[in-house]
Ligand binder design. Structure first.
Ligand code: FES
Length: 86
């Protein structure tokens, strides 16, 4: 199991799975869920090495490995700590 943390809360997800549901449970807002609207922007505070590579959609939106779209990321293992972008 892998873990997504936000503030004092955390959600468990299966290794290798998308982090959408966990992020939603932690309060990240979602719109299109497909990488086009930018609603789900998050900053990775730690554990960015545990996330999947940047997708073309994230690249198009100027995101980088510390600034992701929650709808595009999968977690491989371990712990990722996020902050919701304002
Ligand atoms: S929900 Fe639209 S980009 Fe992630």
């Amino acid at each position: 199991m892998a873990t997504i943390k936000h503030n004092e809360k955390e959600e468990q997800v299966d290794d290798g799975s998308n982090i959408k549901a966990a992020c939603e449970a932690l309060g990240v807002p979602f719109g299109c869920r497909s990488g086009y609207c930018g609603t789900c922007k998050i900053t990775i505070l730690s554990g960015s090495e545990n996330l999947s590579p940047l997708t073309p959609e994230e690249d198009d939106m100027g995101r980088d490995l510390q600034h992701r779209l929650a709808c595009q990321c999968k977690i491989s293992k371990g712990i990722v700590e996020i902050k919701i972008d304002a």
